[in-house]
Write a protein that binds this ligand. Structure first.
Ligand code: NDP
Length: 272
C-alpha cells in the first residue's frame, strides 16, 4: 500500500512541501503520497491524530502549529525539546515522535551547499523565536568560536541562552552590536515577512563573508539589500534550508537520503 504523508499549517495554500517531497519520492523511487492539510485553529490535534489513525505515516508541521505538534507528541528529540517546537512528526509503534529539522537544515545549507563551515567562526543570529531556537544546538555542534544572539525582546534571548548554558553563546542588544566582528550574520527574525529590517546598522557586516536570510522566495529583502550594499560577498535566502529540512524528514521517515541540489535549483527565486 502507498504510504501517506502530509504537511499541515494555517494557511497552507502556499506550501512547497508536497512539491519537494513529490520530487524526492520520484528520484529515490519511494512509493508514497504527500498532501497538504489546512489546519483548524480549534481542531489541529484531532486532525493530526485522525490522519495517523487513517494510516498516515508522518507529517510536516508549519506555522502556527509547531508548538502544538511538539506538545501532542509522546516522544521528542533533544533538538525539538530545545526549540520547544516540532516541524516533523513520525507515527510508529502506536506513538507520535517529534523532531525539529529546521536548524539542521539551515546548518546543512550553510556548510554543505554554501561551503561555509561554522568551525571557528563568529556568528550573529538575529532573533530568538522558534527558528533561532531550532538552530542553536546544531550550530553549537558545528564548533563556532562564539555565537551572539540579538533580539528586540532581550529577556527572550537571555532565556534561550540560559537553556543551552554554553560559554560561547552571548546575548546582545541591537544597539550594542557595533564594534564587534561577525563572519556570518543570520536573519532569523520574521521582519522580512513584512518588508522590515531588524534594527541593525551596516557595521554588523563589516567582516561578514555570508549574510543568510531565513525567509525565502522574497528576493532581495531589506536585510539582504543592506548586506549587499555593505559588500558582503555571499548572500543566501532560506530556500536551501527549506529543502534540506525536508530531506532530513524524508530520511527519518524513509531511511533514504534524497538528492537536494536539483530541488533547490528548481525552487530558487533569484535575489535580484
Ligand atoms: P517567530 O515568530 O517564532 O519569531 C520571530 C522573531 O522575529 C522574534 O525573535 C521577533 O523578535 C523577531 N522579529 C519580528 N519582527 C521583527 C522586526 N521588525 N525587527 C526585529 N525583530 C523582529 O518566527 P520563526 O522563528 O518561526 O521564523 C523566523 C523567520 O524564519 C521567518 O522569516 C520564517 O519565515 C523563517 N523560517 C524559515 C524556514 C525555512 O525553512 N527557510 C523555516 C522556519 C522559519 P521579538 O521576540 O523581539 O518580538
Amino acid at each position: 500500500m502507498t504510504d501517506r504523508y502530509s504537511v499541515i499549517g494555517h494557511p497552507i495554500n502556499h506550501t512547497k512541501s508536497p512539491l519537494i517531497h513529490g520530487l524526492f519520492a520520484e528520484v529515490s523511487q519511494q512509493d508514497l503520497e504527500y498532501g497538504a492539510i489546512e489546519g483548524g485553529l480549534d481542531g489541529f490535534e484531532a486532525q493530526v491524530l485522525g490522519f495517523r489513525d487513517a494510516g498516515g505515516r508522518g507529517m510536516n508541521i508549519t506555522a502556527p502549529f509547531k508548538l502544538r505538534a511538539f506538545e501532542l507528541a509522546d516522544a521528542r528529540s533533544e533538538r525539538a525539546t530545545l526549540a520547544k517546537a516540532s516541524n516533523a512528526l513520525k507515527f510508529e509503534h502506536g506513538k507520535v515522535y517529534a523532531e525539529n529539522f529546521d536548524g539542521i537544515g539551515l546548518l546543512r545549507d550553510i556548510e554543505h551547499n554554501l561551503q561555509v563551515p561554522l568551525a571557528g567562526r563568529k556568528v550573529l543570529v538575529l532573533g530568538a523565536g522558534g527558528a533561532a531556537r531550532g538552530a542553536l544546538l546544531p550550530f553549537l555542534a558545528a564548533g563556532p568560536a562564539h555565537l551572539v544572539i540579538a533580539n528586540r525582546d532581550l529577556a527572550k534571548a537571555r532565556t534561550l541562552a540560559a537553556e543551552v548554558t554554553d560559554p560561547r553563546v552571548q546575548v546582545c542588544a541591537y544597539d550594542a552590536l557595533g564594534g564587534q566582528d561577525f563572519d556570518l550574520v543570520i536573519n532569523a527574525t520574521s521582519a522580512s515577512l513584512v518588508g522590515e529590517l531588524p534594527p541593525i546598522g551596516p557595521e554588523v557586516f563589516d567582516h561578514a563573508l555570508l549574510a543568510y536570510e531565513l525567509a525565502y522566495g522574497k528576493g532581495l529583502t531589506p536585510f539582504l539589500r543592506l548586506a549587499r550594499e555593505s559588500g558582503v560577498a555571499q548572500l543566501a535566502d532560506g530556500v536551501g534550508m527549506l529543502v534540506e529540512q525536508a530531506a532530513e524528514a524524508f530520511e527519518w521517515w524513509r531511511g533514504v537520503r534524497p538528492e537536494t541540489r536539483p530541488v533547490i535549483d528548481r525552487l530558487t527565486v533569484p535575489l535580484d
